[in-house]
Design a protein around this ligand. Structure first.
Ligand code: PTJ
Length: 262
């Protein structure tokens, strides 16, 4: 891994990039995962590389939705495995929800490596190695699903997903929670609820919200869901991008000369 000095102004972003590169090198992440990360980085830059107020609210709603679920399942792909494997395992154990490895660029080798990694981090239930059914209407590997897993789930968390499986899951009357930095992506717009945030920030936040709300009554959890609207969440994310861009333009970076350098 390239050594990134902590003093670098964009340290967190560069470390995340290195983690995805390492994921490719160790065979967890697809080469296409690098491009996905690059797209994510661009949107994160526009958002100001921080968790916005609307993303924070969406995360609380997501926690309530997952706690109210009868059979929640958390989907894991190669980028998720490279970036937040430990956190996904913690979330899964907190919610008693299985993890299901589901890959777009599927190879059995990658599924095995990701499953092993999750088990090594203490995952109690990892599905996906023997996917025994397919979701209707999808012509690619992401259609594979597990009975007792994503097929029967009522709430599915899909970080960094492509739009068509999201659409199919919603059509199957499941509640679908996306984590996607691009508020304009098909996934973000199709999902029941979208957290527009970087998965490296969103997952620890989600764990904290689940811990905060667990033990709450059903009525209290339903109150958290009251009035949320995915379109409104996405509009707020776009508004936050716009305000961040305005701020950047209003306060241009100005450097003072340091005579000692000459
Ligand atoms: O491991 P596989 O084979 O299942 O492949 C996984 C990827 C992510 C490569 C595959 O699903 C893919 O190609 O995804 P897309 O269509 O590029 O979509 C990825 C979405 O995730 C884009 O909208 C990105 O903006 C977003 N994204 C990328 N990195 C992050 C992110 N969102 C949150 N956090 C990130 N770190």
């Amino acid at each position: 891994m390239t050594k990134i000095p902590k003093s670098h102004p964009r340290y967190a972003s560069l470390i995340t990039r290195e983690q995805v590169i390492e994921g490719v090198k160790t065979g967890l992440t697809s080469i296409q995962g690098l491009i996905a990360q690059g797209r994510g980085e661009a949107f994160d830059y526009l958002l100001g590389e921080r968790t916005t107020t609307s993303a924070d609210k969406a995360t609380k709603v997501a926690a309530a939705m997952l706690l109210l679920a009868r059979q929640p399942v958390l989907s894991v792909n190669g980028n998720v495995a490279a970036l937040v494997p430990k956190e996904m395992v913690t979330l899964s154990n907190e919610l008693k929800a299985p993890l299901e490895v589901n890959l777009f660029h599927r190879t059995e080798e990658r599924v095995t490596k990701i499953s092993k990694l999750l088990r090594d981090f203490g995952a109690e239930k990892v599905l996906g190695e023997t996917q025994d059914t397919i979701l209707p209407g999808l012509d690619h590997s992401r259609s594979k699903a597990t009975r007792g897993g994503i097929l029967n789930a009522d709430v599915v968390l899909i970080p960094l997903e492509d739009g068509d499986r999201c659409e199919v899951l919603v059509k199957m009357a499941k509640k679908v929670i996306a984590i996607d930095l691009n508020p304009l992506s098909r996934t973000a717009r199709m999902a029941t609820l979208t957290i527009v945030d970087n998965i490296v920030r969103a997952t620890p936040n989600l764990i904290a919200s689940v811990r905060e709300l667990s033990g709450s009554s059903t009525d209290k959890l339903q109150d958290v869901l009251l009035g949320y609207n995915n379109n409104f969440i996405l509009q707020q994310a776009i508004e936050e991008i716009r305000k961040n861009l305005d701020r950047q333009i209003e306060t241009p970076v100005q450097l003072e000369f340091d005579n000692n350098l000459f």
